[in-house]
Write a protein that binds this ligand. Structure first.
Ligand code: FES
Length: 374
């Protein structure tokens, strides 16, 4: 999947040979790269991570990020790539890249990962929209292989049946692990005669899923499957993630257990601010980012610091937007902010003035921050 997030960190690339190429649906294709012995140390990864492809297309160099569908134990890199429109670099890549060609591929990165718990009984739920299935496929294969006690539920939304990517691979996984994996497909533009599975994955649909699918727990009659959920993985478009993440949160899943990966630029907060603050207007922000010094004026403090800078087009790094991953950490050098939530910084770091921009509400007319912590 093509991700449009800002590229804040230095990326190391290596040449990899394309081993397979296949069209999966009308708009999604599959690439598989071989990792030679000499490069294996650079391509060790965790389920849920992504790589950047660097390629020349339509008269310019492109760098786009794509989540891997392969699991770490498979020893290869496989990707699902969506062609969003006719004249795109992704379409060009699909048409011109041939098996045997070499392409520049970055070392894996990304924080959409889970701590493996092979000895625990866990229940993990995945929500995927369209090409958002890619990192979930990596996670699900990995968990099925390494966590024999974990059960998985996947809710996968597409426009129509024809748009489902990786259907064969998902069916094979479900058939070979029918006791631990259940997959439910949803269609936003196809009638299948059952309203539950028609329409988008959103807040309302999550409520129906909880009440109609995750209601009975055969392993524990005292509770429901939903009561037993340990982690939620969500991947897709920003609106879908926001809606599903809020639904999960309002139905009792702590934010630190809701993990999501945004596949598009999305400048809204995922979770709304649940507290009132004094209104501060005409705020001056000075900040250092990627060795550049910037100044910016903000209209007021109604929106958190990260979002305001993203809306203005600054390439501030972020991932979770909910105080969990630490991607947006920076030092507050002048001024005041209130950190709404923090699941990442230690007490010592907070005392040293480190804040998370995604969770910071500005409380002074001027602030100065530094994102170049290293
Ligand atoms: S983006 Fe994850 S902590 Fe801010």
């Amino acid at each position: 999947m093509e991700k449009l997030l800002p590229k804040a960190k230095q990326t190391e690339f290596h040449w990899l040979k394309l081993a397979k190429k296949r069209q999966l649906t009308k708009t999604i294709f599959f690439l598989e790269f071989e990792i030679p012995q000499s490069l294996q140390v650079h391509f060790q990864f965790e389920a849920g991570q992504y790589v950047t492809l660097k390629y020349f297309s339509m008269g310019q160099w492109n760098q786009n990020d794509f989540s891997m569908t392969s699991a770490p134990y498979e020893g290869k890199i496989t990707l699902g790539i969506k062609i969003n429109y006719e004249k795109s670099s992704a379409k060009d890549l699909f048409e011109n890249l041939k098996v045997g060609d070499l392409l520049e591929v970055s070392e894996p990165k990304g924080r959409f990962t889970l701590v493996s718990k092979p000895h625990e009984f866990r229940t993990i739920i995945g929500f995927a929209g369209g090409i958002g299935i890619t990192p979930l496929l990596s996670h699900f294969k990995n968990i099925l292989r390494n966590e024999p006690r974990t059960r998985l539920f996947l809710f996968y939304g597409n426009k129509t049946k024809e748009d489902i990517a990786f259907k064969n691979e998902l069916d094979e996984l479900m058939n070979s692990h029918s006791d631990r994996l259940k997959i439910y497909y949803f269609y936003s533009q196809e009638k299948i005669g059952n309203g539950l599975f028609e329409g988008r994955l959103n807040e309302k649909k999550v409520a129906l899923i909880i009440n109609q699918i995750l209601l009975l727990d055969d392993t524990d009659e005292e509770s429901t499957i939903w009561d037993a959920v340990d982690e939620v993985l969500i991947c897709g478009k920003g609106e879908m993630i926001k809606s599903v993440a809020n639904a999960c949160y309002h139905h009792g899943i702590p934010k630190r257990n809701i993990h999501f990966e945004l596949f598009e630029e999305f400048n809204e907060d995922i979770y709304p601010v649940e507290k009132d603050f004094p209104l501060i207007e005409d705020i001056e922000v000075d900040f250092k980012l990627l060795h550049h010094q910037y100044s910016s004026k903000l209209k007021n403090n109604k929106v958190r610091l990260l979002q305001q800078l993203l809306i203005q087009g600054f390439p501030v790094p972020y991932s979770c937007k909910s105080g969990i991953c630490g991607s947006c950490e920076c030092v507050l050098e002048e001024g005041d902010v209130e950190l709404l939530e923090n699941e990442y910084l230690t007490e010592k770091e907070e005392k040293a003035g480190i804040i998370l921009a995604c969770m910071s509400v500005i409380l002074s007319k001027n602030i100065k921050v530094n994102f170049d912590l290293n």
